[in-house]
Write a protein that binds this ligand. Structure first.
Ligand SMILES: NC(=O)c1ccc[n+]([C@@H]2O[C@H](COP(=O)([O-])OP(=O)(O)OC[C@H]3O[C@@H](n4cnc5c(N)ncnc54)[C@H](O)[C@@H]3O)[C@@H](O)[C@H]2O)c1
Length: 361
């Protein structure tokens, strides 16, 4: 007889290995995965033995490795989560795909086009899936923003405004290809494909830059983005902002939170005698800004976790579902590739002081 009748044990249908046990893995990805009933973590790997052992104990799994090749040859698994060093991600992901595993990588998918191309070809020949952690798409604020933009009353987006200013970066490549890739991805996700960029760079010293980027989207929308490493990682405020404007709608989110949707103004009725005066001030009534925020008293425990608020849990879950259902991951290779191409277009625009079309990259 069971002590607790009726409690069902989760059926673990996917065996996963974790590659990388650093900060992001420990704080976000390992937690997100361990909340998923479908996934069993069977082994971890990190070049750093202390980190690997800590993750193994914390996750209670059997395998602990310092070398990816050894783990792949000894452990049977369905998929790998790669959360290592940005410049290594695509190479390590390819090694996992070569061993027959589906792969989910932290952003960026890679920092060099050649690495991405090699990963793509291996994945295609092995029939394996590639998922990319553009978790901001799943962050509730950006998720709501997307829902507002595609709603009937929003109209065509005409302006995309984004800011991401954090602290020190080892160089401008790290700022653009690694740090800012989330916002290149959000631009595509919220508005559409970018056709052309023109960028300026301010350099205070190596690792301390600000980029001002103008963009034109294929659908005619224009964009203005500022990326920087002259801010502070510890300040926490004023780091991230996104706004999209469509006709008289405007949606914004500050720091990936506080989603705001300003709905269209109401047109005054003609019986007021004001409708045909022809200026906005008299033909429109002001409407209150609608601010949508979670009602914290009604939230479950999961929705209060940082790895849920940042979208990591939902992003990992979506990838896992694609493996279980044999469908394409909702965010995958092409998204990783286009975010990198946008970063490369910005770099090219700065170095050649001209507008650069995405098609040139
Ligand atoms: N989605 C997000 O918002 C977000 C936020 C932070 C970091 N990240 C990404 O997560 C990744 C990891 O960042 P981090 O801050 O945790 O870095 P980190 O330096 O703390 O961790 C990286 C880990 O990878 C390990 N590693 C390096 N080479 C390895 C190899 N060949 N095999 C196995 N392990 C290896 C290192 O020992 C280290 O423990 C990066 O790609 C970064 O861009 C994403």
């Amino acid at each position: 007889m069971y002590l607790y009748e009726g409690i069902e044990k989760a059926e673990k249908r996917i065996r996963a290995v974790l590659v990388g046990c650093g900060e992001q893995a420990t704080n976000m990805i390992h937690n997100a995965i361990s909340y998923l009933d479908e996934v069993e973590i069977v082994a971890v790997c990190d070049r750093n033995p202390e980190r690997a052992e800590y993750a193994q104990k914390r996750l209670g799994c059997a395998g602990c490795y310092l070398d990816l090749g050894q783990m792949l040859s000894e452990v049977e698994a369905d998929c790998a989560f790669v959360v290592t060093i940005a410049a290594l991600q695509a190479k390590l992901a390819r090694q996992c795909v070569e061993a027959g595993l589906h792969v989910y990588t932290e952003k960026p998918l890679g920092t060099e086009l050649d690495d991405l191309q090699a990963l793509y070809e291996t994945a295609r020949s092995k029939g394996r899936k590639i998922g990319v952690s553009f978790n901001k798409r799943f962050n509730p604020a950006y998720y709501d923003m997307k829902k507002a933009i595609i709603s009937e009353t929003f109209g065509r987006p005409n302006a995309f405004i984004a800011k991401f200013i954090g602290g020190y970066r080892s160089n401008e490549t790290d700022l653009l290809r690694v740090g800012s890739c989330h916002f290149f991805d959000l631009a595509r996700y919220l508005v559409g494909e970018v056709e052309e960029v023109f960028a300026y760079c301010y350099e205070e010293q190596p690792g301390r830059h600000t980029f001002a980027v103008s963009a034109r989207f294929e659908n005619g929308c224009v964009g203005s983005m500022t990326f920087g490493s002259l801010g502070s990682w510890v300040c926490g405020y004023g780091m991230e902002y996104v706004e999209v404007r469509g006709d008289r709608n405007m949606v914004s989110a500050e720091n990936g939170r506080d989603f705001t949707w300003q709905k269209p103004s109401l047109i005054a009725q003609s019986d007021t005698g004001l409708a045909d005066k022809g200026t906005q001030a008299v033909t429109e009534r002001s409407v209150p800004v609608e601010i949508l925020r979670p009602n914290y008293s009604n939230l479950g425990k999961l929705a209060l976790k940082d790895f849920y608020i940042n979208g990591n849990y939902q992003s990992v879950k979506a990838f896992v579902s694609s493996v279980l259902n044999d469908t394409e991951p909702p965010v995958g290779y092409r998204d990783g590739l286009l975010a990198l191409k946008l970063a490369l277009a910005v770099e090219k625009s700065v170095s050649e002081n001209r507008a650069v079309k995405l098609a040139e990259i």
